[in-house]
Design a protein around this ligand. Structure first.
Ligand code: ZN
Length: 460
């Protein structure tokens, strides 16, 4: 299974290089990189003519929500908010079967691959059947996520969600949440099953205590202890401070803001990923950055839901680590997440090229490389930059597409992100050394679309 790929132009961890021979082992790991090679006529490996950059990591996904993307854009009575969107989402959740979930996730992960994401963190909370009872296999829905990853060839880190309450103070869950809820003991069983599935499918796993409103302090400790028995390096993701109401409710209950409380009660480190750390004070920004945790910024979903702005410039000043997530999948475009993260900060600061590595450096390269590396850390995945020992996860840019014509090195990434015409700038996508997208088409595209159409016809 080992293979060799010869590439003309590639962004390696130590910079751009030409005429590079990549040797990939049977597990899809880069075993050797040799620069400035001359091809002999008997070379039997693959040749890639376009410029290559590392693939992107999508560190926050709720796959099923993609099937309702666009269905919550009509106004209701009075002022609309996150909480009205959530009501529509809960109505939709009531209908999804295991087959539906696999069909939706397969189509979504195919779209992610076509957009240049080769890794996804699935924050998975749709566990039970439509009556709220466990399936015969309590990990049925988790297995469907792994199956969707297998159908498409994407790296998945499955993060089973621990969800117990509808609000702070251990309020009983409401009817819309019945498919999400676990006792401590049942969550531990699920986590053990997920660990076994991850081993079988050769994927990663971690945990996701849903939010401070959905689990107690003791619940989070319990979940972490269970996880540590299985893998003491596996990631811990949590929704943290997405909405102002959540911040106010947390203050009323705990006497502290969500991130402040988390910092006071848990030792944040490289394993943690704080999703939607939207509402932070300056002291919280500094403490999270110093902890080496990653934040997940979901630019387009946070905009769609009217959450607020992430404090990117202060966080960057403290060398905070971050990744991007497509979350509700209202957009599945890595370039759009990053472009609008930059544009938000240009609009806020009345200036240009805000997120860079310093004077005279590439805006696009900074955005792409930091998001890929932070995302990789948050999913415990050896990816995010092209170096020996990492997965061979990369994108071949189409140098002949109009936005990229005559561009070289970092100008290519700047143009890829900022010169937006359509997705025509991606020629092929490789995950663990396998070409999963060629000429813009996924290898199983037609079958995946057929299944997705059947599911949507039933759901909508
Ligand atoms: Zn989320």
């Amino acid at each position: 299974m080992a293979k060799k790929i010869f590439v003309k132009h590639i962004l390696l961890a130590d910079g751009w290089a030409e005429n590079v021979l990549i040797e990939i082992d049977e597990f899809g790991i880069i075993a050797k990189l040799s620069k400035n090679q001359v091809l002999t006529s008997d070379f039997e490996g693959e040749r890639v003519s376009g410029s290559i950059i590392p693939a992107m990591v999508n560190n926050h996904s709720h796959a099923f929500q993609w099937a309702m993307a666009g269905l919550a854009e009509q106004s209701g009575k009075g002022k609309d908010s996150f909480w009205s969107w959530r009501k529509i989402m809960y109505d939709f959740v009531g209908k999804i079967s295991p087959d539906d979930l696999e069909a939706i996730a397969s189509a979504l992960y195919m779209q992610m691959l076509k957009a240049g994401y080769t890794s996804v963190g699935e924050f998975h909370y749709l566990h039970h059947d439509i009556s709220g009872s466990q399936f015969a296999n309590p990990a049925e829905m988790s297995q469907r996520i792994f199956a969707a990853a297998q159908n498409t060839g994407i790296n998945v880190t499955l993060l089973p969600v621990f969800y117990r309450y509808s609000g702070f103070g251990q309020q009983a869950p409401n009817d819309g949440q019945k498919r999400f809820i676990h006792s401590k003991e049942d969550y531990a069983k699920l986590l053990n099953l997920v660990a076994r599935l991850a081993d079988k499918y050769k994927q990663n796993f971690g945990i996701a205590p849903h939010s401070l409103r959905a689990v107690s302090e003791a619940d989070i400790h319990y979940a972490i202890n269970q996880l540590n028995e299985l893998d003491a390096n596996a990631p811990i993701h949590i929704h943290i401070a997405e909405q102002l109401k959540e911040v106010e409710d947390c203050q009323a209950h705990y006497g502290a803001r969500p991130i402040e409380w988390l910092l006071d009660n848990f030792e944040l480190n490289h394993r943690w990923c704080l999703v939607h750390a939207t509402h932070m004070t300056y002291a919280e920004v500094k403490a999270v950055a110093d902890s080496n945790a990653v934040v997940s910024i979901c630019t387009t979903t946070e905009a769609n839901l009217g959450d607020g702005f992430f404090a990117m410039q202060d966080y960057k000043a403290h060398q905070g680590r971050w990744g991007i997530g497509s979350d509700s999948h209202i957009s599945v475009s890595a370039t759009e997440e990053l472009r609008w993260l930059e544009y938000q900060n240009r609009l806020l600061s009345h200036s240009r090229t805000v997120l860079t590595g310093g004077d005279f450096s590439s805006n696009g390269h900074y955005l792409w490389s930091r998001a890929a590396q932070g995302g990789a850390q948050s999913l415990n995945n050896q990816t995010g930059e092209l170096t020996v020992g990492n997965k061979a996860d990369f994108i071949e840019l189409n140098n002949n597409s109009l936005p990229l014509l005559m561009k070289s090195n970092h100008e290519l990434i700047d143009s890829f992100i900022f010169n937006q015409q359509s997705n025509q700038s991606i020629a092929s996508v490789w995950c663990k050394g396998q070409k999963v997208v060629a000429d813009g088409e996924h290898h199983a595209e037609q079958a995946i679309i057929t299944n997705f159409k059947k599911t949507l016809a039933r759901l909508i």
